[in-house]
Design a protein around this ligand. Structure first.
Ligand code: ZN
Length: 272
């Protein structure tokens, strides 16, 4: 093999490893989504049927594959397994993979690792907020702590503490603003959103302040458009509670995946 082939082989090997890791985190995300809201342990017991409590065998526990091995239903009692589970696994795996783009070589720097940490909690937070109107502390705090650790690691490696301060402020300033909104508005915004913003702001801020600002501008734009749509179609009134977490998460991923192009489009009207 010449150097070029070796590089290509290395790239493929890295992406395959990340895909397997992402699928495992996807499986973990289904556990987070179904157990964290009830305060159940996310470690034990192992996955089992909620109806007959049949434990899953090792091969049935393989992310995504397991669902198809079981034919979408429990082998003990025939209970249909919600297609929600493989969908959570696939979406989480894709977001996890996306965290290391752009390619062809996987980007393994600290900002990308922080993004991958956000990827693990994105789908659970999204679904829990839509269903229960809350963002569990375990998930928002874990994400904020992970983002801080990656930002700190980056500062230790590069010695660039100014960058560290910037990324922390990218989390804390929007969180402070959102806190004020949460205090003064009676609907929608809650303290869970404030905590989520800390983690999203720090992770995005590691790519620079523009990435963080774009995240929140996009979140407020689509959140605002959605609320307007609800009002126009008369499906709710101005007092209707709308979970804001999904918009924050969407803003984060749209800004991350849109990169420089999106940041230029979104931020140019405000001349940032
Ligand atoms: Zn069963």
């Amino acid at each position: 093999m010449d150097t070029e082939q070796l590089t290509a082989f290395g790239n493929i090997l890295t992406w395959v490893t990340l895909l397997i890791l992402g699928a495992c985190f996807g499986s973990f995300a289904t556990v987070l989504e179904s157990r964290v809201p009830d305060g159940k342990s996310i470690v034990s017991p192992g996955s089992q049927c909620p109806n007959c409590h049949r434990e899953l065998r090792w091969n049935e526990n393989i992310p995504i594959v397991g669902y198809f091995l079981l034919g979408g239903k429990c082998k003990g009692c025939g209970l249909k397994i919600s297609s929600k589970y493989p969908l959570i696994e696939v979406t989480t795996a894709l977001l996890f993979l996306a965290s290391f783009t752009p390619g062809p070589a996987a980007q393994l720097g600290m900002p990308h690792l922080a993004t991958a940490a956000i990827a693990i909690v994105t789908v659970p937070l999204f679904l829990i907020d839509i269903k229960l109107y809350r963002l569990p502390n375990l998930l928002t705090y874990s994400a904020a702590i992970a983002a801080t650790i990656f930002a700190l690691s980056q500062a230790f490696i590069t010695g660039d503490w100014g960058m560290f301060l910037t990324s922390m402020l990218c989390g804390l300033i929007p969180a402070a603003l959102l806190f004020l909104i949460a205090v003064f508005s009676k609907n929608g915004m809650g303290l869970g959103d404030v905590k989520l913003v800390v983690s999203l702001g720090i992770a995005a801020g590691m790519f620079g302040p523009r990435a963080a600002i774009a995240t929140f501008v996009v979140a407020f734009l689509i959140g605002g458009l959605y609320s307007l749509g609800i009002l126009i179609t008369k499906k709710g009134n101005s007092k209707s509670a709308i979970p804001f977490g999904p918009f924050l998460l969407a803003g984060f991923w749209i800004s991350f995946l849109g990169g420089d192009f999106l940041q230029n489009v979104v931020l140019s009207p405000w001349s940032f």
